[in-house]
Design a binder for this molecule. Structure first.
Ligand SMILES: Cc1cc2nc3c(=O)[nH]c(=O)nc-3n(C[C@H](O)[C@H](O)[C@H](O)COP(=O)(O)OP(=O)(O)OC[C@H]3O[C@@H](n4cnc5c(N)ncnc54)[C@H](O)[C@@H]3O)c2cc1C
Length: 588
């Protein structure tokens, strides 16, 4: 059977927070435009659902847009584009209020107003939350709202493989219906990629198994650069042995970190003074930013102050002083997960944790309008790099980012789609769709392969962890870069065991692994070229930040089988000159 054709106005790939917000904004304002919402999982299974802690936006009288701006820019070690940050902080409260109007059950204070909690690197309380299931409630609110709009046509469990481009613009995507193996070309006047992050390239990750960077890789292969990929966020509190996230809300509510001697070691890493138990003190100690906390763990490990376990070294997240009532009200999921997966009840004992890969600051190169350099192609959410998060994202900015830039992408995609007539390049598009089909047929039909998907995936994540983890050196990165070149070659020798058309998960895992391998090279090569330490990118051989040479974004360009070509792009600085990131609370 050939590739079937579906014509639409705007194709959105991804139905997490970013995809749904974009779809709603298009449907609400332009109900005559057809929207195809394509997702490899049922929308509620998107990773947004797993977010626990909350979403940042200025709402309280003691807070201000300037403070949110400064926290975000400083937290990102001045690699954020400041026009983007300014737009974001301005729009954030409106978007969070919009969710309230659509039915999101934000947690409240006793007087009925929206409650906010402290979050790492935010020097004032500004994170809206719905207990510790914020992502679930946000996604549910968006999903149920999207159901009102008949112009949104959902294609659930459709796996998107490649972009269709002609006449210098993006004109659609090729996707496979997973239950049948039928291939479709979605011809569209504009395409918005909302496919989420790529944290699954690492071994120990909070990310759902579906976070394999598919959209970023599709755009990258089509010639759009991947930006700032070397900035990979480790979250300091992953539940040992599982990678399950224990939200920053744990520390926001007053949880503390202790080493093997029960000592609150963060005070030794420029984040002191030690703060009183039970009273979260903003800016310092456990409420420092994620990069700094994860780096402090590494140093404790080097000093022999961590606790060895069969699953690796750990430290302790101690919440015992918070009391059962408070934990059950604010952190019920954390308690459930700790008991279920670690056998530890946080009400009674500290929970063993260690840093875990959590978020990709990098992604598809976009600007403040969510536009990529390719006309007709937009990107939003974790798959994109709008340069909001710079070198280190502050927790709780990401959920809000989906909303603010989902809406903005929608407005721009609408305008672009309206300016286009139907494609004049149908034969070129068909040819590309046929090529995608040939690629799939070759992969499924291949025999005599000697490599396994699981084997290559393990080697990829091992080499990333050892060479491009929390701390990096020239030597470790060179090893990783070389290993990745070799793995990409060997990937050509994989053979699928499942040859069928029906839910061929072997096939999807192979395609996902191919995407991850390509993007892993952008991480390692970007990190090798960046000879400085900034935010989440820490080089033991270049310990200082180097604004003279590296106050710029990395752009990685696809070069087929070769490693990417690395180039740079200016950072937009408007009102905050690069300064010192201070989380000492005034301590020496
Ligand atoms: C455990 C956890 C907790 C978090 N907690 C917070 C928090 O408290 N606050 C905060 O601000 N941020 C948090 N984050 C980060 C934040 O949740 C994510 O960055 C954000 O939800 C990503 O949303 P998204 O819409 O970009 O992507 P996702 O929600 O990941 O959705 C991606 C979509 O793309 C689709 N897709 C992907 N590839 C394909 C393909 N090839 N074909 C078709 N469809 C495809 C998927 O089906 C899915 O619908 C957390 C992240 C994790 C992992």
């Amino acid at each position: 059977m050939g590739v079937e054709l579906i014509k639409t106005d705007v194709a959105i790939v991804g139905a997490g927070g970013a995809g749904l917000r974009t779809a709603i904004a298009i449907a609400e304002s332009n109900p005559d435009l057809k929207v195809a919402l394509i997702s490899k999982v049922y929308p509620m299974r998107s990773h947004t659902c797993a977010a626990e802690g909350g979403a940042a936006g200025v709402i309280k009288p003691d807070d201000s847009l300037d403070l949110h701006f400064n926290d975000t820019v400083g937290g990102g070690d001045w690699l954020s584009d400041q026009d983007v940050v300014e737009y974001f902080v301005n729009e954030a409260p409106r978007e969070l209020m919009q969710l309230e109007h659509w039915g999101c059950p934000w947690s409240r204070t006793p007087d009925g107003s929206v409650n906010v909690r402290p979050f790492g690197g935010m020097k004032i309380k500004r994170t809206w939350f719905a207990a510790d299931k914020s992502g679930f409630h946000i996604l549910h609110t968006l999903f149920q709202t999207s159901l009102q709009f008949p112009s949104i046509e959902r294609y659930d469990e459709f796996y998107s493989i490649d972009l269709l481009t002609a006449d210098g613009r993006c004109q659609g995507v090729v996707a496979m219906e997973m239950k049948s193996g039928r291939l479709f070309q979605f011809q569209a006047k504009a395409v918005v990629l909302c496919t989420g992050g790529a944290g699954r390239m690492f071994k120990f990750s909070t990310n759902g198994a579906i976070k394999t960077g598919d959209g970023t890789a599709m755009a990258y292969r089509a010639g759009v650069p991947a930006k700032d990929m070397e900035f990979v966020q480790y979250h300091p509190t992953g539940l040992l042995s599982t990678g399950i996230l224990l939200t920053e809300g744990c520390r926001g509510e007053g949880g503390v970190l202790r080493n093997k001697d029960g000592y609150r070691y963060l005070q030794d890493y420029g984040m002191g003074p030690e703060t009183p138990l039970g009273q979260p003190v903003l800016k310092t100690m456990e409420l420092g930013p994620r990069d700094r906390l994860s780096q402090a763990f590494w140093h404790e490990q080097q000093k022999g102050n961590t606790i060895p376990t069969p699953w690796g070294d750990s430290v302790q997240l101690d919440m015992t002083h918070l009391g059962e009532k408070h934990i059950d009200e604010r952190l019920p999921l954390v308690r459930e997960l700790s008991i279920l997966y670690s056998g530890v009840d946080p009400v009674k004992e500290p929970v063993p944790i260690c840093p875990v890969v959590h978020y990709m600051m990098g992604g598809i190169h976009t600007n403040i309008d969510a536009e990529t350099p390719m006309p007709g192609l937009y990107a939003v959410g974790e798959t994109a790099c709008a340069s909001l998060n710079g070198a280190n994202r502050l927790g709780s900015n990401s959920l809000t980012e989906l909303l603010v830039f989902g809406k903005r992408a929608a407005m721009n995609a609408i305008e672009f789609a309206r300016s286009q007539t139907s494609s004049t390049s149908e034969s070129a598009l068909k040819e590309q769709a046929d090529q995608a089909q040939a690629k799939i047929r070759e992969l499924v039909g291949r025999s005599g392969g000697t490599e396994s998907i699981a084997g290559i995936r393990k080697e990829m994540s091992d080499t990333l962890e050892s060479g491009a983890g929390i701390y990096r050196t020239e030597e470790s990165l060179k090893e990783t870069c070389a290993a990745l070149v070799d793995l990409r070659k060997r990937f050509a020798g994989i053979e699928l065991h499942d040859k069928s058309n029906v839910f061929n998960t072997d096939l999807f895992q192979a395609l996902e692994l191919g995407n991850l391998l390509e993007l892993a090279q952008t991480v390692a090569e970007g990190a090798l070229a960046r000879k400085e330490s900034r935010g989440s990118h820490q080089r033991l051989d270049y310990e200082a930040r180097d604004d003279e040479n590296f106050l710029k974004h990395t752009l990685a360009y696809y070069q087929g089988d070769e490693a990417p070509r690395i180039d740079y792009h200016d950072v937009i600085i408007t009102k905050s000159k690069p300064g010192v990131r201070d989380y000492s609370g005034g301590a020496k």
